[in-house]
Write a protein that binds this ligand. Structure first.
Ligand SMILES: Nc1ncnc2c1ncn2[C@@H]1O[C@H](COP(=O)(O)OP(=O)(O)OP(=O)(O)O)[C@@H](O)[C@H]1O
Length: 507
């Protein structure tokens, strides 16, 4: 960028009072910013005070700071109220636009200190969106300081977003309700999921990036599909990519494509997932696993709407909505430098948080019913098919389990339990055996995180159930022997434990 630098600010009460000699030695925020370095080529001031008073301020400012009157511009801006955010946003945007901003050759700086907090907030928003600008502030104690913000609001959506009234968004989302039966696939009874679906519906119709957070198997991809189906892009492709499954050295070529010969193993042209999803939605699962160089390219693609194939010289336009997902704590990845902060803020415009199944009140019971019906329907017509039902004991076992693998684990457990049960009824042991399979892969009974939803009693019950099932198996289902194996004083105590925990070998 060459040439000009402009300082833009509201004239505040303190500035006027300083010019009027009411503050002793204090020269006020604007003059403080203009007495030292840097020297700006233009001072662009806005006032919502009496214009003549602000003119006198400008004359004083020139004398105090040595700026030339030709460098100082003053504009009267009519505001209904100095604390009306929407009014300030509209008035300032119109004024700056009228001045031909933003301009390639003009570097803008907004001064946050003069004016009301609402005015400062609007400067921040504008600096991150329509009018990219540096931010400064001044104080009596510390003089002039730059203000660094860690976030980057996506410049292509926010102005549009602010102009849409809440009503319009709701109407759009209502329309999408009828058009998007995809959300119906998300089986739930919990308030937490209902709220996330409501949010997803609203976000779906806005063309903004979405970040879906949640443990493995919580339904992140299901939500991404539903968002796509409820969006104006639904007729275009939905491409799902598991970033965690791509070798780091191939990540850029998988996403952005390559020309034949771009690198040794590039034996043919490759389109890349971005271009495959053109017009539609690209679902980047496990986005936190992308290597840093691919993150840089992804950020650039989002900022410019263009991708450059590896080995190509010119970029090509793409129009893709990103829905990203991760089970990782991306904020700590950002802190550790593993994930780019600017990319994080670009992706996390709409955020959905899917709680683990153990924190979803009653969802497990509903999902169990749903999946069992599905398993029965899938099996229908096969010669050996039997309509399977869960015994009360099996229900207890499944409903009190923690589901570290969430809905995916629940589904596979049911499939296994249905296969293993010999008769039409799935017993508690069948359920137990189907669960144990997974737990053995990495039992973490002693390593579970102490997070919300932690329930020691439940974990102890799980352990007890596990041993009781093993003892029954080892004893050939003879309860007296099983009781002995477990160190119970008598058969009755053992029976009571079985009953309480829903383990019933005879059901
Ligand atoms: N609420 C739900 N209702 C019905 N099915 C669900 C629900 N949530 C998830 N599923 C199903 O569970 C399985 C796992 O869900 P999904 O793949 O969306 O999870 P994920 O969070 O993307 O997992 P990962 O992080 O491991 O990629 C899928 O078969 C999905 O259809």
């Amino acid at each position: 960028m060459s040439g000009q630098s402009w300082l833009i600010a509201w004239i505040g009460k303190t500035d006027h009072e300083a010019a009027e000699g009411k503050l002793g030695k204090d020269v006020g925020p604007i003059a403080t910013a203009l007495t030292g370095e840097p020297r700006y080529s233009r001072i662009y001031l806005l006032t919502n005070y009496d214009f003549a008073r602000s003119k006198r301020f400008c004359a004083w400012l020139e004398k105090t700071t040595g700026y030339d009157s030709k460098q100082v511009d003053l504009y009267q801006v009519d505001l209904e109220s100095p604390i009306d955010y929407a009014g300030i946003y509209a008035a300032v945007s119109a004024n700056l636009k009228g001045a031909g901003l933003p301009r390639e050759d003009v570097e803008l700086t907004f001064h946050l200190s003069p004016g009301t907090p609402a005015m400062a907030a609007i400067w921040i928003i504008l600096s991150k969106t329509r009018f990219p600008a540096k931010l400064i502030q001044t104080s009596r104690e510390r003089g002039l300081e730059p203000v660094n913000f860690f976030f980057d609001l996506a410049s292509d959506f926010l102005p549009e977003f602010l102009q849409r009234s809440g009503e319009r968004i709701t109407r759009l989302a209502e329309g999408a309700k009828e058009l998007a039966p995809a959300f119906d696939k998300i089986i739930h009874r919990s308030t937490a999921i209902r709220q996330q679906i409501e949010l997803a519906r609203r976000i779906a119709v806005l063309d903004v990036p979405v970040l879906v957070l949640g443990e493995t198997g919580t339904g992140k991809e299901l939500f991404a599909e539903a968002i796509h189906a409820a969006s104006p892009r639904s007729a275009k492709p939905f491409i799902a990519v598991n970033c965690g499954a791509i070798a780091p050295e191939l990540a850029s070529s998988e996403l952005f494509g390559h020309k034949r010969g771009a690198f040794t193993s590039a034996v043919a042209d490759r389109k890349g997932h971005f271009r495959e999803a053109d017009g539609g939605t690209l679902f980047l699962d496990e986005v936190g696993d992308l290597p840093l160089d691919t993150q840089v390219r992804l950020l650039r693609a989002l900022q410019t709407g263009e991708v450059t194939l590896l080995g190509a010289s010119k970029p090509v336009k793409v129009n893709v909505r990103i829905v990203a997902a991760t089970h990782r704590d991306l904020a700590s990845d950002v802190a550790a430098g593993r994930f780019r902060e600017d990319l994080f803020h670009r992706l996390a415009v709409g955020i959905l948080r899917l709680p683990p199944l153990r924190e979803r009140d009653q969802d497990a019971a509903m999902l169990i019913e749903h999946f069992l019906a599905q398993i029965n329907a899938d099996a229908k017509g096969r010669p050996e098919a039997q309509e399977k039902k869960l015994s009360e004991g099996a229900k207890k076992v499944l409903q009190s389990y923690e589901w570290p693998g969430n809905i995916r684990e629940l589904y596979h457990t049911l499939v296994r339990a249905a296969i293993w049960s010999k008769g039409p009824s799935i017993s508690a042991e069948d359920a137990q055996a189907a669960l144990l399979q997974i737990r053995r892969q990495g039992d973490t009974v002693l390593g579970r995180p102490l997070t919300q939803g932690f329930d020691l009693k439940r974990i102890l019950d799980e352990v007890a159930r596990d041993y009781i099932a093993r003892a029954l198996k080892q004893s050939g289902d003879r309860k007296t022997v099983a009781a002995e194996l477990l160190g119970f004083p008598n058969y009755q105590t053992f029976g009571n434990w079985m009953k309480r925990l829903g383990v019933d070998s005879t059901d």
